[in-house]
Unconditional design. Structure first.
Ligand code: UD1
Ligand code: UDP
Length: 365
């Protein structure tokens, strides 16, 4: 038996690692262990519950508004004990959070092999997204296996000198999770008018904190005033830098519904119900095209260029005028809307986790 330690810290890591954990659990040669750093608490737990995954180890690392340096230092200290007692053959990390970077570094110091799920996403700008671009570059430099979601992420890794034989294009496991979930009867526990169109919003990027995020909220406010017949649903990220401003600037608008983060299945229901999505989330940029929903991305660049190139996702930055005019155009102009609502899935076919399991199976046999 080979011991595989699968690490999850935040909501998106749990969503994208869940299919990998479930696929590996079917492998007779694999002793799968799950480590939750719990960089997120509530948002992580609800995803793990949904996929029926119980962590074997839980570091409970989240503290309100914790500095990234403190978070990193605490993770590194905790990982010494975990790696010494667990002695895994492989550690799998997913994505580009501080959990991923810290765990990959701890494994490197302990000479334990790391597999990086969702490897090779790059903007080539170390400050955007912050701190994720640095986190994924560091994790990528330290990893033994690179599970790249797309051909362009593979090319990014080759450009950094990673050996071709260590890279596999697997598709993004976010589509595995999405297809598993969307196949169920999904309920959205929010009262909506079925006759009205829905704009779904999420936002949490650190480089937007402060003035840019205020501009985003002001643009949403204007859109809600100009379109009283449209409903805006915004599950607000619990980071205080986001939550306090969103409630200050938007809570009094009658057609904007602010709510706690939605559990994963209801969020997928909201994606399916939405007419248009406005978001700075990485995962949402991958999921929405697969469901045929246009996304306006609240960023100036993206490490997920495939959907932009195919015309189903558009970058609008945190610029008040661009957000208002592009969203208004999609609400008013049916042809412009149809051009973006195509239903293509450039990030995966729902079999990413199986491919990752097979690569590890082949290696260990
Ligand atoms: C983190 C990741 C980001 C990822 C995002 C997904 C880093 C540096 N950032 O950002 O890459 O896109 O998760 O959502 O790794 N909080 C709660 N409850 C929760 C979760 C968060 O209250 O369940 C609050 C806490 O005050 C916490 C703060 O949000 O300190 C920030 O959480 P943190 O994980 O540091 O960063 P995120 O902004 O969530
Ligand atoms: N998501 C969710 N509930 C919400 C908002 C998002 O379950 O209220 C899911 C969404 O389907 C996607 C993931 O969370 O799979 C994206 O996470 P987030 O935006 O926090 O992080 P990112 O993808 O930007 O790293």
């Amino acid at each position: 038996m080979k011991k595989i330690l699968c690490v999850v810290g935040t909501r998106p890591e749990a969503i994208k690692m869940a299919p990998v954990i479930l696929a590996l659990k079917k492998e007779p040669w694999a002793n799968v262990r799950v480590l939750a750093t719990a960089q997120h608490r509530h948002m992580l737990d609800q995803v793990l519950n949904f996929f029926n995954i119980t962590p074997d180890i839980d570091l409970n690392i989240m503290r309100p508004n914790q500095a990234l340096t403190t978070l990193t230092a605490r993770l590194l200290l905790e990982m010494d004990d975990v790696l010494l007692s667990e002695k895994p053959d492989v550690v799998l990390v997913q994505g580009d959070t501080t959990t991923v970077m810290s765990v990959a570094l701890a494994c490197f110091y302990h000479r334990i092999a790391v597999g990086h799920v969702e490897a090779g996403l790059r903007t080539w700008d170390i400050n955007n997204p912050f701190p994720e671009e640095a986190n994924r570059v560091i994790a990528g430099r330290l990893a033994r296996w690179h599970f790249a979601p797309t051909e362009s992420s593979r090319q990014n890794l080759l450009r950094e000198g990673i050996s071709d034989q260590d890279i596999s294009v697997t598709g993004n496991t976010v589509i595995d999770a999405l297809l598993m979930t969307a196949a169920n009867d999904l309920e959205l526990p929010i009262e909506l008018d079925p006759a009205k169109r829905l704009v779904l919003i999420t936002s949490h990027r650190r480089e937007n904190f402060g003035e840019p995020f205020r501009n985003i909220c002001l643009a949403l406010r204007t859109l809600s005033e100009r379109n009283p017949e449209v409903q805006f649903l915004y599950p607000v990220h619990p980071n205080p830098n986001v939550k306090d401003v969103a409630y200050e600037l938007l809570a009094d608008r009658p057609n904007i519904i602010l709510c706690e983060p939605l559990d994963y299945a209801p969020f997928v229901a909201a994606l399916k119900r939405a007419y248009l999505i406005i978001s700075d989330s990485g995962g949402v940029q991958e999921e929405a095209p697969a469901l045929g929903k246009p996304v306006l991305v609240l960023r100036d660049e993206t490490e997920r260029p495939e959907a932009v190139d195919q015309g189903v996702v558009k970058l609008v930055g945190a610029d008040y005028d661009r957000i208002v005019s592009e969203a208004q155009r999609l609400l008013d102009d049916e042809n412009a809307y149809r051009a973006m609502a195509q239903g293509i899935s450039p990030y995966g076919d729902g079999h990413g986790a199986e491919r990752i399991a097979k690569i590890l199976r082949d290696y260990f046999s």
